[in-house]
Design a protein around this ligand. Structure first.
Ligand code: ADP
Ligand code: MG
Length: 464
C-alpha cells in the first residue's frame, strides 16, 4: 500500500526528472499547477486548474508522466487528470509556505497533496521548504546584501553567534526565501539537526489548539526540542497576549539552551505593533537585518537571472523595461516575467517590447499616471547619462543636444503643453527650437532603428 507520504515522494521524484527534461519554464507553467489527489492501487489522480491546462498536459506530458511514475512505482498503470477550478487550489496553495510539520518535501508541485500531519522522519521535525528558495538562487544587491550575509553566516556557523537573527523588510522582498535558504543550508551541512520552520500564524494556531485540547505540554516539548526554530512573519503575533506569552517563553527556553532562532517580520522589532516591550527588547538582542526596497540594478539582475534559468530568450530591452516599470517588489516582478514567458511560449511569438507591453497592459496601466515635463527630462537625462541641468543649459554639444531634443519630442508627444510652454521649460528656448527638435527626432527615427527603439522605450516607460 502506498501512503500519502510515499505518493508525495514519488511525485517529487517524477517532477525532478521531468523538470530536467522539459526545462524550468515549461515545468513551471504546466507541471507546477498539477495537484496530486490520490492513488487507488493502479491509477494516480491528478488535478489541474483548467480545461485548457488539462488538454495541454494530456497532449504533451501525460505519457511521460506515466512512464516516470511507473519507474518509481511499478503498480502505477494509468493517470487520471481532472479539472479543479483554481479558486479551490489557490485557497490552499496561495501561501507558499506549507508550514505543517511534514518532512523536507518540496512544496513545488506537491503542496496540495492532502496535508500529511505530524510526519516526523527519523524523529526530525521539519517543514517542507521551497526547493527554489536557496542561497544560490538569491540575487544579491545593495538592498539585500546585509541580510544575505547575515543569513549565510547563521546558516554556516558552527555555534550560535547571533540570536535571534531577525530579518525584516516589505512584502515580496525575499524574507521567506532567505529563511528557506538558511534551512536548506543547515540541513545540507548537518542532516541530523532538527529545524522547525513555520509562520507565526501557524504557531498561534497550534498554540490555541493545544490550549483547547489541553496538551500544552506536548506543544511546549515540540517547540523546545528543536535545534533551529524559524518563525516567519512574526508581526502576526502582535496583540495576542497569550500567544506572545508562550512565544516569549519558548524563545527564552531555546536561547538558554543555545538553540538558534530566526525570525522575520515586515517591520523592525521596535516598530512591531501590539508587541510587549520585554519581547521587543528580546527580539532586538541578536542581529537585526533589514531588506530594503529594490533598486533598478537589483531588479534587472533578478530578471536576468530568472530569464536565464527559464532559458527564456528575452531581449535586454524587455528586461530593462520590466525593471523600470515593475517596481513594487520581487514577487510582482517575477509574476510579470512568468506571464510574459508563458505567453510567448504558448503563442510562439517573438518577444518584443510591444508584445511584452500588450501582455502586461493591465499591470502597467495600474502604474499609469500623468507625465510631467520634469519627469521626462529626468528620465531622458538618466537614459543618456547626462545631467538634468543640461536640459536647460545652452550647451550645444551633440551629446547633450540630442537627448535634449528627445526630451522635447517626448514632451510634445506625452503632455498637452504647447510648443512655447515646452520651450520655456527647456531653459527658455524658442518654440521654433522645439518644433525643430520634434522634426529632427522624427527624421532620425526613420533612419536609425536602434535610436527609434530607444525613444520608444523611453516613451513606454514614461507612459506606463
Ligand atoms: P517575502 O517573504 O519577503 O514577502 P519572498 O521571500 O516570498 O518575500 O519573495 C517573493 C518572491 O521573490 C519569491 O519567489 C522569491 O524567490 C523572489 N525573490 C525575492 N528576492 C529575491 C532575490 N534577491 N533573488 C531572487 N529571487 C528573489
Ligand atoms: Mg514571506
Amino acid at each position: 500500500m502506498v501512503d500519502d507520504r510515499q505518493l508525495q515522494t514519488q511525485w517529487y521524484r517524477v517532477c525532478s526528472r521531468l523538470r530536467a527534461e522539459i526545462g524550468d519554464s515549461a515545468f513551471e507553467n504546466w507541471v507546477t499547477p498539477i495537484k496530486v489527489f490520490g492513488f487507488d492501487g493502479s491509477e494516480v489522480n491528478l488535478a489541474v486548474p483548467s480545461r485548457f491546462m488539462r488538454d495541454w498536459v494530456l497532449a504533451n506530458y501525460l505519457d511521460r508522466l506515466k512512464e516516470l511514475w511507473n519507474g518509481e512505482n511499478s503498480s502505477v498503470q494509468s493517470i487520471a487528470l481532472s479539472i479543479q477550478p483554481s479558486s479551490t487550489l489557490t485557497a490552499k496553495n496561495g501561501e507558499r509556505v506549507v508550514d505543517e510539520m511534514v518532512g523536507l518535501a518540496p512544496s513545488q508541485g506537491t503542496a496540495n497533496v492532502k496535508p500529511v500531519n505530524d510526519w516526523h522522519s527519523n524523529g526530525r521535525i521539519a517543514a517542507p521548504l521551497d526547493p527554489k528558495f536557496t542561497f544560490d538562487q538569491f540575487v544579491v544587491g545593495k538592498p539585500n546584501e546585509f541580510a544575505y550575509a547575515a543569513a549565510r553566516r547563521v546558516a554556516e556557523a558552527l555555534s550560535v553567534q547571533f540570536n535571534p537573527l531577525f530579518l525584516y523588510g516589505g512584502v515580496g522582498l525575499g524574507k521567506t526565501h532567505l529563511m528557506n535558504a538558511i534551512a536548506w543550508e543547515i540541513v545540507e551541512r548537518d542532516p541530523s539537526r532538527t529545524i522547525m520552520y513555520l509562520s507565526a500564524e501557524k504557531f498561534m494556531y497550534r498554540f490555541v489548539r493545544a490550549l483547547r485540547e489541553q496538551n500544552t505540554v506536548d506543544f511546549k516539548d515540540q517547540f523546545r526540542s528543536v535545534d533551529v526554530l524559524m518563525i516567519d512573519d512574526v508581526q502576526f503575533i502582535g496583540g495576542r497576549e497569550a500567544t506572545q506569552e508562550e512565544f516569549f517563553h519558548t524563545f527564552n527556553a531555546l536561547v538558554d539552551q543555545g538553540r538558534q532562532i530566526v525570525l522575520s517580520a515586515d517591520k523592525s522589532p521596535s516598530d512591531l505593533e501590539g508587541v510587549e516591550d520585554r519581547l521587543k527588547s528580546r527580539l532586538n538582542c541578536g542581529l537585526v537585518a533589514d531588506i530594503h526596497a529594490t533598486t533598478y540594478e537589483l531588479r534587472l539582475a533578478i530578471l536576468e537571472s530568472k530569464a536565464e534559468k527559464m532559458r527564456m530568450n528575452a531581449p535586454s530591452k524587455v528586461l530593462e523595461f520590466l525593471a523600470h516599470k515593475i517596481t513594487a517588489n520581487v514577487r510582482e516582478l517575477e509574476g510579470a516575467l512568468n506571464r510574459v514567458a508563458a505567453h510567448t511560449q504558448l503563442v510562439g511569438r517573438e518577444l518584443t517590447l510591444e508584445t511584452c507591453q500588450e501582455i502586461l497592459h493591465d499591470l502597467l496601466r495600474a502604474n499609469n499616471r500623468r507625465v510631467t515635463i520634469e519627469e521626462i527630462q529626468k528620465r531622458v537625462a538618466e537614459h543618456f547619462n547626462i545631467r538634468i541641468a543640461d536640459m536647460h543649459s545652452a550647451r550645444r554639444a551633440r551629446s547633450v543636444a540630442r537627448p535634449r531634443q528627445v526630451a522635447m519630442y517626448l514632451a510634445k508627444q506625452l503632455t498637452a503643453r504647447s510648443l512655447p510652454e515646452i520651450g520655456r521649460k527647456f531653459g527658455g528656448r524658442d518654440h521654433t527650437t522645439v518644433m525643430h527638435a520634434v522634426k529632427k527626432v522624427d527624421e532620425l527615427r526613420d533612419l536609425d532603428a536602434s535610436f527609434s527603439e530607444d525613444v520608444e522605450l523611453l516613451r513606454r516607460m514614461l507612459e506606463g
